[in-house]
Design a binder for this molecule. Structure first.
Ligand code: D5M
Ligand code: FE
Ligand code: ZN
Length: 535
């Protein structure tokens, strides 16, 4: 059985009749090959030993690698001096959500720290982190790795949009006396009608009204939103290919309907998120971009070292939402800013970064648009070769998007390429780069992580639409735009993590000022967020 994390190591030892010191488990998990290390430790245990201790593991590790390959000893450096906490962001009104309050990353420290990276080799003792690994639980859902069946043919696109309309439509159909497009066309003029469909086209008319064409399995029907109606404001939020319901009154010739209301699949306002039943935390990060000249190794090392400290003792999960490495050939002229030019060498270097974090963390990773997997979404988890490289601490490697449930708290992880689109299409006050969580609210409202097809976001049609937000998550975690922001939408915590890459030339040219070197930490028992700063 492959080992996939500390929890498994504990359970494997327990089934063999051993208890284990926490530090011993950490060391096994951090070993280059945890399974053989465990076998060897067990084999060499003195008779009548009941508890696997640190020294038992060290003896095995030293034997196999005389130069000492113990990873991630802690530094003696103190934790960052200005940890920041968010204020009360528990409002359920999306328009009113504050972004980060204290420690607002929009006001970064003017003097970045320049301490040299801490050396990892050596035998500095870890600070004992106090967690009961047996209380952990981590489940994955909606991982499509290995399930890809689409060939990209026209019929696959038809099938995936059908699935989208069917499943998102079912969240709306119960609320309306809806009719298919073909039936609405033959209803008498002046009747009340309702339809559930995909947005096919959005146009403004010569007189400033809006014409929205909805499509369902039977055809299309045009809906007119008058410019002075309250719903006109919602038109500017619409994206092509999202699913919604419209109600209205048919014109005399039944060729068009005047919209009276518009409804989205949405998250119920009364949604009650689940929480963990003990004090335990998760660090939610993304966009490490190892291999880029702008990768902030010092900040990363401070983060990794901080994770070994007492202050971080409750951080037991580490979630990485894509862009582990800078990749090769992702954007024009990107090669001029590469520090490591070979993609596999970039992942090797990323793995070294991973080794520095405590071995007893449970780690989950999804790919992003800079990673070496297909660009079209959903993106399957990394292939075997990359998994073998990124093996430190046996991370769980799953698709983008995927849902991971930590002790009952579900976290929808999605890299976030569609955020660029939401921000480009919606008016500034509804979605912008400084408040990326607000753009995330729209995805929650549409119950789809990447509604619009054909823009930035590329779609790989599969047998079902993996990008639908079928179940409401307790936490929605994205990255990609390199800005930190969080807030609550109908009680769902939306967090966009920052990045570990300083401003690139391209970002300078378009005025993107990244929030680099921050780690948002979520209390899984309360869904409160604290931001730790390492830059
Ligand atoms: O992209 C980080 C952010 O910067 C994201 O909002 C896209 C934008 N970006 C970065 N480089 C480019 C180029 N060359 N063209 C267009 N948009 C860009 P990430 O892909 O995570 O590095
Ligand atoms: Fe990125
Ligand atoms: Zn990205």
């Amino acid at each position: 059985m492959p080992l996939e994390g500390p929890a498994r190591i504990v359970s494997e030892l327990t089934t063999r009749g051993y208890n284990a010191e926490r530090e011993a488990v950490t060391l096994i998990a951090a070993a280059e090959r945890p399974q053989p290390t465990l076998e060897q430790v067990v084999e060499q245990l003195p008779e009548r030993t009941l508890v696997v201790r640190t020294e038992h593991v060290r003896a095995v590790l030293e034997e196999s690698t005389p130069a000492s390959s113990e990873s991630s000893p802690v530094s003696s450096e103190s934790p960052p001096s200005n940890p920041s906490r968010d204020g009360d962001d528990s409002t359920d009104r999306p328009q009113n959500n504050p972004s980060v309050s204290t420690g607002d990353p929009s006001q970064p420290s003017p003097t970045p720290r320049t301490d040299p990276p801490v050396e990892t080799e050596g035998s500095v003792d870890h600070i004992e982190r106090s967690s009961d690994i047996s209380r952990r639980s981590l489940e994955i859902a909606n991982d499509m790795t290995g399930e890809s069946t689409g060939t990209g043919e026209y019929k696959d696109f038809v099938a995936v949009f059908r699935d989208r309309l069917e499943r998102l439509g079912s969240k709306l159909r119960g609320r309306f006396n809806h009719r298919p497009a073909s039936a609405i066309q033959s209803m008498p003029g002046g009747s009340e009608a309702a339809m559930v469909g995909l947005v096919n086209d959005i146009r403004s008319t010569a007189s400033g009204h809006w014409l929205i064409e909805l499509e369902d399995a039977t055809g299309t029907f045009p809906w007119l939103v008058m410019k002075d109606r309250e719903y006109a404001d919602l038109v500017e939020e619409l994206l092509c290919d999202e699913v919604l319901a419209m109600e209205g009154t048919l014109a005399d010739d039944s060729g068009i309907a005047f919209v009276d209301s518009m409804s989205f699949p949405d998250v119920p306002r009364t949604y009650e998120p689940s929480t963990a039943d003990r004090h335990v935390q998760a660090a939610l990060i993304s966009d490490v971009h190892v291999g880029s000249q702008e990768f902030m190794a010092d900040a990363w090392n401070r983060f990794a070292d901080w994770l070994h400290t007492e202050e971080a003792q409750h951080v037991e999960y580490l979630l990485l939402a894509g862009d582990m490495v800078e990749g090769v050939g992702v954007y024009p002229d990107q090669d001029e800013e590469l520090d490591i030019v070979d993609i596999y060498d970039q992942y090797e270097a990323f793995n070294e970064c991973l080794k520095r974090v405590p071995g007893d963390l449970d780690i989950v990773m999804i790919p992003g648009n800079h990673d070496a997997v297909r660009l079209a979404e959903p993106q399957p988890g990394f292939d075997e070769r990359l998994r073998n490289i990124m093996s430190a601490h046996d991370p769980r490697i799953v698709s983008n998007p995927s849902t991971v449930t930590l002790e009952g708290v579900s976290v929808l992880m999605y890299h976030g390429v569609s955020l660029d689109e939401v921000i480009a299409e919606l008016p500034e006050e509804k979605a912008n780069y400084d408040e990326p969580h607000k753009a995330m609210y729209h995805l929650l409202k549409k119950r789809h992580v990447a509604p619009q097809f054909g823009g930035h976001t590329r779609l790989a049609p599969e047998k079902e639409d993996y990008l639908i937000i079928e179940d409401v998550p307790d936490i929605f975690h994205t990255g990609h735009v390199h800005k930190l922001g969080f807030g609550k939408y109908h009680n769902v915590l939306a967090i966009n993590s920052g990045c570990w890459q300083a401003q690139t030339d391209f970002q300078k040219s378009v005025n993107i000022d990244p929030d680099a070197g921050y780690a948002p930490i979520v209390d899984l028992d309360t869904l409160d967020v604290t931001v730790q700063k390492f830059s």
